[in-house]
Ligand binder design. Structure first.
Ligand code: ZN
Ligand code: MN
Length: 503
């Protein structure tokens, strides 16, 4: 990270669509890609006289996410523990026929949590841990979608109301992130966790994860009580990739600093103004949309058509028990139980729980976690990519991979890969795969003869070795390995040492 003359301060507001069967307050299917306006009913169309009914599965998933984020579950002073209610947020938009969104305002169902993240300035060197506070996570319904004519000929805008009323979890972080890398690490961790919990599929391209970034900077100022002054907040919207989030934050921070530099004496610091900006990804710029003196007035009031919810301690305990191991705990355990480096544990955990289970089965059968992790990295991951396959569909059982690793330790990397690929393609035994890959088990006598021959053919290497250049013997080992495909490297080395010692 370059040294900047200011400190970047970022808070993220993330909306994720929950993986429920139906919408939040009606029975319409919550499914991406249906023909426009076919997944609608009087409730989500906002027709008069229709009444919403809360989807229990949506609440369950939201509760799971909130507990994974270490949130308090509705502990609001003056209210019974677990008491949470719905509110109307009023605004007018073509894609919101009711003219209000059912959301949660002053009594969100969860608040005051945190997410521990790993930041990787250099992946090979491990990571630094950081804790990001969660201000609140609440449930709300989504709006529909305006589909604008993008031909440039000024055609119609159409409205698709299939998405209206689908369940969203809004997760608001504290402004605890101080670089684009930290913001991306937060999003990575959040997405991994929510996917593992099957709360959301978090596909930014399909809109099931959306992110707004609140960015400002702290500029050192000796005459300020805190030693710095804060620029007004800019909220960046329309971010459509994690990379875009990082670029937008870096751009916006630098642009705020440049504005300050233009006229430092008259620069307006403070919280009064909040600007909303869009991110123009192709041009790599933020574009100001509107400035507001105060928070917009949404005329929030309690939703009269829905009863409040009271979350019980039993419910919380049941969800916690059903949560499974979360990524951060999993990394720590993989390091401790299998001796993995932080980097290997990161990579493995990021592949998901099914991959971790596969790894553990291989490592246990083999009795060597590090070797299992290495072969996953250099053989299994590339094979999955190549075959466009997920680990659940991988044809090599963990026991077979463990057996393979155990019996191919002496092979050169190239030969090992060849044998692995044959086993995978043909589903055959290790012995058959070795034969098919043209690797024969050389007997010790033949190998020794090959070593003697190679020594005879490489007088310069022998002379160098005798003159004290230890590394020169590798030329002889290499020559033997080349002529004897599949010969165990360790055995060849030993034979070369023996034969050289004789001369
Ligand atoms: Zn509906
Ligand atoms: Mn929202």
């Amino acid at each position: 990270m370059p040294d900047l003359p200011y400190k970047i301060v970022v808070g993220l507001e993330v909306h994720v669509q929950l993986l429920t069967k139906t919408k939040l307050f009606c029975g319409c299917l919550n499914k991406f890609g249906q023909p426009p306006n076919t997944a609608t009913c009087p409730v989500c169309l906002g027709l008069p006289g229709s009444l919403p009914v809360m989807n229990k599965q949506a609440f369950h998933l939201a509760l799971k996410a909130a507990l994974a984020l270490n949130c308090q579950i509705a502990t609001h002073p003056g209210y019974a523990p677990g008491f949470t209610k719905w509110d109307r947020k009023n605004y007018y938009y073509p894609d919101l026929p009711k003219n209000y969104q059912i959301s949660q305002y002053d009594l969100p169902f969860s608040h005051d949590g945190h997410l521990d993240i790993n930041v990787h300035p250099d992946p090979k060197k491990g990571h630094t841990a950081k804790r990001v506070g969660i201000i609140r996570a609440h449930l709300e319904e989504d709006a529909g979608k305006n589909i604008h004519d993008e031909s440039g000929r000024g055609g119609d805008t159409r409205v698709d109301l299939n998405r209206t009323g689908t369940p969203l979890l809004e997760i608001v972080s504290q402004p605890d992130m101080n670089s684009p890398e930290e913001a991306i690490a937060y999003l990575d961790e959040l997405r991994l966790m929510l996917r593992e919990l099957k709360v959301s599929d978090c596909e930014m391209q399909e809109g099931s994860l959306r992110c707004d970034a609140n960015v400002n900077i702290h500029i050192p100022k000796a005459d300020e009580p805190k030693g710095y002054a804060a620029t007004p907040l800019v909220e960046i919207k329309n971010l459509n990739s994690f990379r875009g989030v990082g670029r937008a934050i870096a751009y916006e921070a630098q642009s705020q600093y440049e504005q300050f530099q233009k006229d430092p004496a008259n620069f307006r610091f403070g919280k009064m103004l909040k600007t909303t900006a869009g991110w123009d990804d192709p041009r790599g710029k933020t574009v100001v949309q509107r400035r507001k003196e105060e928070a917009a007035d949404y005329r929030y009031f309690p939703e009269p058509d829905l009863v409040p919810v009271v979350v019980t301690a039993e419910q919380i305990a049941a969800v916690k028990a059903d949560m499974g191991e979360l990524p951060q705990a999993q990394r720590a355990r993989l390091e401790k139980e299998y001796g993995l480096t932080p980097y290997d544990a990161d990579v493995l955990t990021a592949k998901g729980r099914t991959m971790v289970a596969y790894f553990e089965a291989v490592a246990k059968a083999l009795g060597d976690g590090k070797a299992a992790a290495n072969r996953l990295s250099d053989l299994v991951y590339p094979a999955l990519t190549e075959r466009h396959e997920e680990i659940d569909a991988f044809p090599m059982p963990a026991a077979a991979l463990a057996d393979f690793i155990k019996n191919t330790g002496g092979l050169a990397k190239m030969d090992r890969t060849a044998v692995f690929n044959v086993m995978l393609e043909k589903g055959c035994t290790l012995a058959d795969a070795k034969t098919a890959a043209g690797i024969k088990e050389a007997d010790a006598g033949a190998l020794r003869a090959a070593v003697v021959e190679a020594i005879g053919k490489n007088p310069k290497a022998v002379a160098d070795f005798k003159a004290g250049k230890e590394a020169a013997k590798m030329a002889i080992v290499g020559a033997v390995m080349k002529a004897n495909k599949g010969a165990p490297n360790d055995v060849v080395r030993k034979l070369v040492d023996e034969e050289l010692a004789k001369g």
